[in-house]
Every structure is written in structure tokens, then in C-alpha cells.
Design a protein around this ligand. Structure first.
Ligand SMILES: Cc1ncc(COP(=O)(O)O)c(C=O)c1O
Length: 398
């Protein structure tokens, strides 16, 4: 008997969402001895496991069944107060609790903002390249993407203004701190420039900031939000500073936007995980988040240094790379004859994987680029794997 393949009538929007190439390579390379620079995973050895276990026990002792009950869509009030207080302490920003919505990671904030702002065909301006998860999330709303060139210190000012003027985007999505995928960081001047230009156009800025705390220097750059609060939506997350499995992020915006996003969130998932929020708040009240961040920064900075010194030692001179001052990634450009996907095929034979950069472009991808993650590979594995990658680059006739 032949079984007919069923024909499902999927929505058009589903066809348009780019697949995560990262998930695809992680699937084909589940060998145990693989060294992966591909994922965007924080280092699990730095998760405060014991502390969170203690906090979970305390939360159940103190609150019992209440933490297992449905709760408010906006999120746990004391946690929102904590977030507001931290912005004040770090940047002197005055953000009120009703300007904060807790989300299931900052990823959900992107989805909610798509729902709040985007109709099919609306334009969204993105950095070139940008975070793949934003491309996925926003493409669900059948938006049209426009890109602006990203330099070492932020977006190109003339091109930014030209795109704002000619394309009239509804949203500009950016990651000014230690960007995923490039590791680049906006200068103070570029932040002010983005705010100044944006103040003259209708577009809202989505400032996605999961990596701001993971800074290898003492410099604290003010968020774009500080320069243009009415037109900026600032996203944050505990994924990189505490643990991503908690799925706790947030959105800071004008109350009117928060109200609309809250209704969208009700429709999506009622509220973020109540238990996670309580455990996290207990953690933040008992321990010092800055101490936890300090440990992460120290470790990632060391891993960044190992990665860069290996690239310098093993890779041919015509390979260009960034020196990220924070975050979890560096970005490479190969010589014009070398495509990152061909390089990946050879790397997989040597049990090493990374992500070719073409996944991170909304259009006309640059095939010579690639992203390397340094947060989740031990120094010994890193040295060995980068030596192998260097040998491939040095001796292959592309
Ligand atoms: C730029 C950027 N935004 C958002 C996210 C999503 O983070 P989460 O949903 O865990 O807060 C990530 C995750 O890697 C990211 O790199």
C-alpha cells in the first residue's frame, strides 16, 4: 500500500522565514568530539547552579504554591523594580516600572514588537550583518528588509540618513553593544548620531542589548535609549549574565508601547515563566549580579585573548578579523577566493564547526565572512581547533 505524502496548507509567512543554518549544522555535527565555534551559547561552567538551587528552595519555602500559579502578564513587580533600579545605578536613567515588560527572553520581545508595529510590506532597517534570530522573528510579519553598512564604530551615518529618508522604515533594529554576529561596538558619537537622525524620521529604534554587561573594558557606553527615550525600545536579557534557560528578558519603552506589547503577550503566552522570575529575583536579591558578571567577563576575555592569539599565529595574514571588546563572538573575512561554506565543509572533516557569515545578511550575503564564538570552547580545544582551521586556510587551493 502506498502512503500519500500529506499536503499541508501552510501559511505564506511560514515559507518566508529563513531557517537557522546554525541549528542545521548543529544537527549534522552531533559527533561527541566536535569542537564548535558555531553556537551562541554562554559557558555553562559559569551558570550559578548551586546558587539558583538554593534560591529555588527558598522561593518554595517562602511562597509555596503561589509561584506555580498563573501570574500577571507584565511580569513579577519586584523584578521589574530591580531592572529599573539597575538602569538608574548604571546609567542614571529614570525608568518607571510601568515602562518595563518582562518577556520570555529578549527573543520574545522581537516577536511582540513585530506584532505591535509591522504590517505586511512595512520596511525594517537592519545593520548589515545582523542577528539571525531577528531576521527570523521579523520576517514572520512579511516585512521588507533594508540594510545599512556597519563600520567598526557603528552604522555609516550618511547611509543611515539616506535609508531613513528614502525607505521610510517603521523600525530600525540595532545591537550597539558587542554585536551578534560581528562583536562590534558603537562609539558614543555614533549612538548620539543615530538618536539625532532618528529624531527627525518616523522610525522607532529597537536597541537590542543582551551583551552590554559583558564588557572587557571599564568603559560604559550610554544606551541610545538615553538620547531618545520616546522613540527607542530597549531590550535586555538575563540570558548572558545569569542563565538562558530561565528565559527571562525584558523590554523598556514608552507606556503606550508597553501597553500594546502587553496585550500581544497576553495573546501569545499569558505571562513569562513565573517560577523562573521568582527564582531569578531571589538570586538577584541574595547575590551581587556584578560579581557574577565579573566572573563571566574575566573568563570570556581570557577566551577571546586565546582565540585572537591563535588566529594571529595560525591563520594566513590575508584573513581579517575583529578584536571584540566584549560579548561572545568575533567575525572574520576570508580572502576573496575563499568561500566560508567551502571552508566549513573542510573544517567539518577535521571535526571543527563555525557559522558561515551568509546566514546573517538580509540580502546579498558576503560569502567570505564567518562568525566564531569564543565563550563556550575551552582554551586547549580552541588552540587545537584553530590550528587545524589555520592549516586548512594555508594549504587549500580554493
Ligand atoms: C542579539 C541577540 N538578541 C537576542 C537574543 C535572544 O536572547 P534571549 O532570548 O535568550 O534573551 C540573542 C541570543 O543569542 C542575541 O544574540
Amino acid at each position: 500500500m502506498t502512503v500519500e505524502t500529506p499536503h499541508y496548507q501552510f501559511a505564506e509567512r511560514v515559507q518566508q522565514v529563513p531557517q537557522s543554518f546554525i541549528r542545521e549544522i548543529l544537527k549534522v555535527t552531533s559527533k561527541p568530539n566536535i569542537v564548535s565555534f558555531a553556537g551562541g551559547l554562554p559557558n555553562p561552567s559559569l551558570f550559578p547552579v548551586q546558587e539558583l538551587e538554593n534560591c529555588a528552595a527558598k522561593v518554595f519555602q517562602k511562597r509555596g504554591a503561589q509561584v506555580l500559579q498563573y501570574s500577571e502578564t507584565e511580569g513579577y513587580y519586584p523584578l521589574r523594580e530591580y531592572i529599573a533600579a539597575r538602569y538608574h545605578q548604571k546609567f542614571g536613567l529614570n525608568i518607571s516600572v510601568d515602562q518595563i515588560l518582562i518577556t520570555s527572553g529578549s527573543q520574545q520581545a522581537l516577536d511582540l514588537l513585530g506584532k505591535v508595529f509591522l504590517d505586511a510590506g512595512d520596511k525594517v532597517l537592519l545593520e548589515r550583518p545582523t542577528y539571525l534570530g531577528a531576521l527570523q522573528s521579523l520576517s514572520l510579519f512579511q516585512a521588507q528588509f533594508e540594510e545599512v553598512t556597519l563600520h567598526n564604530d557603528g552604522v555609516d551615518p550618511d547611509e543611515f540618513e539616506e535609508k531613513m529618508f528614502n525607505c521610510n522604515p517603521k523600525l530600525f533594529y540595532c545591537i550597539p553593544n558587542f554585536q551578534n554576529p560581528t562583536g562590534l561596538h558603537y562609539s558614543e558619537e555614533k549612538r548620539r548620531m543615530v538618536a539625532e537622525i532618528s529624531s527627525r524620521y518616523p522610525a522607532m529604534i529597537i536597541e537590542d542589548d543582551p551583551y552590554g554587561d559583558i564588557s572587557f573594558s571599564d568603559k560604559k557606553a550610554l544606551p541610545i535609549y538615553a538620547h531618545l527615550p520616546e522613540k527607542t525600545i530597549l531590550l535586555g536579557s538575563f540570558s548572558k549574565t545569569v542563565a538562558p534557560g530561565l528565559r527571562v528578558g525584558w523590554m523598556v519603552a514608552h507606556r503606550d508601547i508597553i501597553r500594546k506589547a502587553t496585550i500581544m503577550k497576553q495573546a501569545s503566552d499569558l505571562h513569562s515563566n513565573n517560577l523562573s522570575q521568582h527564582i531569578l529575583f531571589e538570586f538577584l536579591s541574595t547575590y551581587d549580579l556584578d560579581q557574577q558578571v565579573f566572573k563571566i567577563v574575566k573568563q570570556y576575555k581570557y577566551q577571546r585573548d586565546v582565540m585572537l592569539s591563535c588566529i594571529e599565529e595560525y591563520f594566513p595574514e590575508n584573513v581579517q578579523y575583529n578584536r571584540p571588546e566584549g560579548g561572545m563572538f568575533t567575525w572574520l573575512s576570508l580572502p576573496s577566493t575563499t568561500h566560508a561554506r567551502d571552508f566549513l565543509a573542510k573544517a567539518i572533516e577535521q571535526n571543527v564547526i563555525f557559522v558561515p557569515g551568509d546566514s546573517f545578511y538580509a540580502s546579498s550575503p558576503d560569502p567570505q565572512t564567518l562568525r566564531l564564538n569564543f565563550s563556550n570552547v575551552s582554551d586547549t580545544a580552541m588552540r587545537e581547533a584553530l590550528r587545524k582551521l589555520g592549516t586548512i586556510l594555508e594549504y587549500t587551493n580554493w
